[in-house]
Design a protein. Structure first.
Length: 346
């Protein structure tokens, strides 16, 4: 779908929004369709691996804590039964209706985010010049430096999924923890003592989860600390892409537009969502910067047709930033509010 010169920014945004909703529902459903062809095989494999890793983190933490509790109460048989489960909990949960659609959708977006980030062309600078985040971690501004160091640490934790950290939002971590506990109950045979131990272990996992230390939240804090002025946004966004720091690219754009990180991320990883170009124009990026960003994304994602974009570049560059901002205004509304509006509309 390409931007038509005759379309207003509001028309472009509305059409792209409707298409994104249809696409989101389609890919979530596709995860549970064995022969579905909407997800390519590599994305499907990475999605299964991502789900397995996230569920595995909670499986190990909840099972370990519940078994310890049972052992402390003298119920060694139940503890051994829980620890002795050999079934794959992730596979057990990979059935229709076993997982929240929102969780599968989040994992799909993350997989596509990571694929895109890994494929971005690296813009090599001088050999002795450190990467963008390393440089930011060393600037005199202590707020920026601390936020950059925190983002480096958060990205490392996300790769390792260490210490029971799923890397999910608080709500999704909460919901998945109960699903994992329920699966372990079924696989362990249930019982009052097992139920109590699993409930306590799940609650402990939920209480220990810190959403504020996740990559997305930390990236937004760094974008806020930098607070790039309009003239600084383009170079910073280009450098973030060239350093394969896609999370920072998204956060800087989200901060500039006062739109939630997740909303901008969804536009960036979707190769057909025209609202990304509206975002770039709403951020007052010039023609050359928009073109460089589009080229980098197209090199990383072969689904993007750079020739079609080139044909539309003049139209995109001609969109008034203020008009683009008005067209994107609905994205700045809370997600729950927008979902409610869709449900009550006739």
């Amino acid at each position: 779908m390409a931007i038509d010169p005759q379309d207003s920014p509001e028309t472009v945004a509305a059409r792209a929004g409707a298409q994104a909703l249809r696409r989101s529902a389609s890919v979530v459903a596709d995860f549970f369709v064995a022969e579905g062809d909407r997800l390519d095989e590599r994305t499907r494999l990475l999605l299964v691996q991502s789900l397995s890793r996230v569920v595995g983190v909670l499986d190990r933490a909840i099972r370990r804590d519940a078994a310890r509790r049972l052992a402390q109460l003298g119920n060694h048989a139940a503890a051994e039964r829980l620890l002795g489960i050999r079934d794959d909990v992730a596979r057990w949960l990979s059935r229709p209706d076993a997982l929240p659609d929102e969780l599968v959708e989040e994992l799909i977006v993350r997989v596509r985010h990571d694929q895109l980030a890994e494929a971005l062309p690296i813009e090599l600078g001088e050999a002795d010049v450190p990467s963008l985040l390393v440089r930011l971690a060393g600037v005199p501004d202590s707020v920026v430096a601390a936020a950059a160091a925190a983002l480096l640490a958060a990205e490392s934790r996300r790769r390792d999924l260490a210490d029971g950290d799923t890397g999910l939002t608080a709500e999704l971590h909460h919901r998945l923890a109960w699903r994992v506990a329920a699966a372990l109950r079924t696989l362990a045979g249930g019982g009052v003592a097992v139920d109590r131990a699993l409930v306590e272990a799940a609650r402990r996992s939920i209480a220990a989860h810190d959403e504020g230390e996740q990559v997305e939240a930390v990236a937004m804090r760094l974008a806020l600390a930098i607070d790039a002025r309009p003239a600084e946004r383009g170079p910073l966004l280009i450098e973030a892409l060239g350093d394969r720091r896609l999370a920072l690219f998204i956060a800087v754009l989200a901060h500039a537009l006062e739109i939630e990180y997740a909303e901008v991320r969804a536009l960036v990883v979707n190769p057909t969502d025209e609202r990304l170009w509206l975002c770039l124009r709403a951020a007052a990026l010039d023609r050359t910067t928009v073109a460089r960003i589009a080229l980098a994304l197209a090199e990383a994602d072969p689904r993007r047709d750079i020739e079609v974009f080139a044909d539309r570049l003049d139209t995109i560059a001609g969109i008034d930033p203020a008009a683009a901002g008005v067209a994107l205004a609905p994205l700045a509304l809370p997600g729950d509010y927008r979902a409610a509006i869709r449900r009550v509309m006739p």
